[in-house]
Design a protein around this ligand. Structure first.
Ligand SMILES: Nc1ncnc2c1ncn2[C@@H]1O[C@H](COP(=O)(O)OP(=O)(O)O)[C@@H](O)[C@H]1O
Ligand SMILES: [Mg+2]
Length: 310
């Protein structure tokens, strides 16, 4: 069993991935109990009710009153939700409502954008990802991301997959790791005879699975996907959806999609966001996917899923 030692205080809550291959004990908190996590938690005001009552212990992500800003502009407002372990959580909503911004806050990818900041909290296995002492590089290793447009490196298929582990100083058998990652991404059979070919020479759907293999190779716990199928044809899209279904046995997945059929087909839970007059995206409703698409509680959700808006 792989253990994610995030901090002494949350050691039990943070063991993940019973089905995963054994991996090293890792820490995302580089400083000890001296971090100001508790102080931050204490200073965070009580927030809106959680959209869906997911028990704290099942939550891989626990967002508390999260707002995301670019400079003075608030792109995402006051989001409180939980994403459970080994499930697929979909984020849907009209273009520009902050889905990508929100998703990037799950692994501190927004840190790389000048002027981006958050208020509120993103707890990951109970640990505040934005607390002092948390190493964003380690956060992004644990919480991988697959982007809208497949973006393999201009390297061979093999080297694309081996890239992350090499940087992380992986000392195991690289051939095995590459093979296993490609197998998990349902790509091995299609590429096993051309591992030295450039990743960019693959079809779009294969490239996206290569990017998933690359994400998997560093043994993450979560895979974030931002509209991973938007540039793919329907068959490649279905293949990725099937793959997501396989992957959730070992990983927690959060996917942004503007394709409602995809959310309905592929996810367990769906969160619907929309924009206020201030253009800040906010959470309207989160529910088990089937419920959200058949009997949403909120009129705004109903208008959106029936195509009256967005
Ligand atoms: N790097 C950025 N700098 C400034 N504003 C941004 C940046 N990225 C996104 N935004 C703004 O934040 C809002 C939400 O964008 P985004 O998260 O991309 O929405 P979505 O993914 O739902 O289409 C939009 O108003 C967008 O213009
Ligand atoms: Mg987006």
């Amino acid at each position: 069993m792989k253990r994610v030692r995030v901090d002494q205080t949350v050691d039990d809550a943070s063991s993940v991935g019973d089905g995963e291959r054994p991996g090293p004990t890792i820490r995302i908190v580089t400083t000890g109990p001296g971090s100001n996590e508790a102080a931050r938690a204490a200073s965070t005001p009580a927030t809106a009710v959680a959209a869906l009552p997911i028990p704290e212990e099942e939550a891989v992500f626990d967002l508390r009153s999260l707002s995301c800003y670019y400079g003075d502009f608030r792109a995402v407002r006051d989001i409180t939700l939980r994403a459970p372990k080994n499930k697929i959580t979909a984020l849907i909503g009209p273009s520009g409502c902050g889905k990508s911004t929100l998703l990037r806050s799950f692994n501190r990818m927004n840190d790389l954008i000048d002027g981006a900041r958050i208020t509120g909290q993103v707890l990951y296995h109970g640990v505040d990802l934005y607390a002092d002492g948390v190493d964003p590089v380690e956060v992004r290793r644990r919480i991988g991301m697959v982007f809208q447009k497949p973006n393999p490196f201009p390297k061979s298929i093999y080297d694309n997959v081996a890239f992350g582990p090499r940087i992380a100083g992986y000392r195991g058998n690289m051939d095995e790791l590459v093979e296993e990652s490609l197998r998990r991404a349902a790509l091995w059979d299609e590429v096993k005879d051309k591992l030295k070919s450039p990743g960019t020479a693959l079809s779009g759907g294969q490239q996206q699975r290569l990017c998933i293999a690359r994400a998997i190779a560093v043994e993450p716990d979560v895979i974030l996907m931002d509209e991973p199928c938007s540039s793919l044809d329907p068959i490649a899209t279905l293949k990725i959806e099937e793959l997501m279904h396989e992957l959730k046995q070992n990983y927690t997945i959060v996917i942004v999609t503007h394709n409602m059929q995809q959310a309905a087909r592929a996810s367990d839970l769906t969160a619907f966001l929309t924009m206020g007059t201030d253009r800040a995206g906010y959470l309207v409703e989160m529910a088990p996917t089937q419920k959200l698409f058949t009997s949403p509680d909120n009129r705004l959700t109903e208008d959106y899923i029936t195509g009256r808006f967005g």
